[in-house]
Ligand binder design. Structure first.
Ligand code: URA
Length: 237
């Protein structure tokens, strides 16, 4: 692969801009300054390279987990809040980073982002049934009947069929953990409203078999291949 192509693939801008970086002797690969425009390299996973002294690692595709803070919208054009994309460097944005599904601006917790369209499809396609575990704090006391109704399933306006949660665990009078297997708009909030309660705070704990409790709010990491596979682990076929 031509060095300029590699730089482009990693989010360093247009072909012309990448050529200019090479001409300026701004790029090193494996510790060697590269000024040869025709230089071909064989990038390997995590191959280190530097641009103007800053170190990067080659990644064919990126898979990121963010612990989303409150007050951030999962949109490039946020209406009333910050954008989650404000939390990432330009090289990642240039690669076409997208959110894997959406969390509401006031929801916190695990949000995946990627530039891999197939991964995005695999996790968000309605028939894939990837499990998502939420920690819910409610406005009103959680009743036993409400828990049963959530498990049996509730109707949501403008949606077909019943929406049920599994693994509904009451953590306290006003807190529960539940798992959903679809991902329609405001699903958890609407399900709680359908059983006569209201969500006060919502936090996503887990996607598939992936949970990242050690991340602080606003912190993000690149996922390993193993973690990517955990996220794809389906609750049901
Ligand atoms: N369900 C909701 O209601 N909001 C979210 O952000 C995620 C799931």
């Amino acid at each position: 692969m031509l060095l300029e192509k590699m730089l482009q693939s990693q989010g360093f801008g247009s072909r012309k801009h990448c050529q200019q970086l090479i001409k300026n002797a701004a790029v090193t690969v494996d510790g060697q300054v590269c000024t040869d425009m025709k230089q071909s390299i064989q990038p390997y996973p995590e191959m280190p390279f530097t641009v103007y002294g800053e170190t990067y690692h080659y990644r064919e595709k990126v898979y990121i987990a963010l612990n989303k803070p409150q007050g951030y919208e999962c949109s490039h054009q946020p209406l009333h809040h910050h954008s989650v994309f404000d939390l990432f460097p330009e090289v990642l944005l240039n690669r076409g980073l997208q959110c894997v599904g959406r969390l509401d601006q006031d929801t916190t917790g695990l949000l995946l982002l990627t530039d891999d369209g197939a991964f995005l499809q695999a996790l968000t396609h309605p028939r894939k049934h990837v499990a998502k575990v939420y920690h819910v704090t409610t406005v009103d006391r959680i009743g036993e009947v409400q828990i049963q109704q959530l498990q049996v399933g509730v109707e949501l306006r403008n949606e077909k069929g019943l929406y049920a949660a599994t693994d509904v665990i009451r953590l306290s009078d006003y807190q529960l953990s539940l798992t959903i297997h679809q991902g329609v708009y405001h699903q958890v909030k609407r399900m709680l409203a359908a059983v006569g309660n209201k969500v006060q705070a919502l936090h996503r704990q887990q996607i598939g078999a992936l949970s990242l409790n050690s991340l602080n709010e606003g912190q993000w990491i690149y996922l390993t291949e193993e973690q990517v596979n955990l996220a794809k682990t389906r609750a049901s076929e």
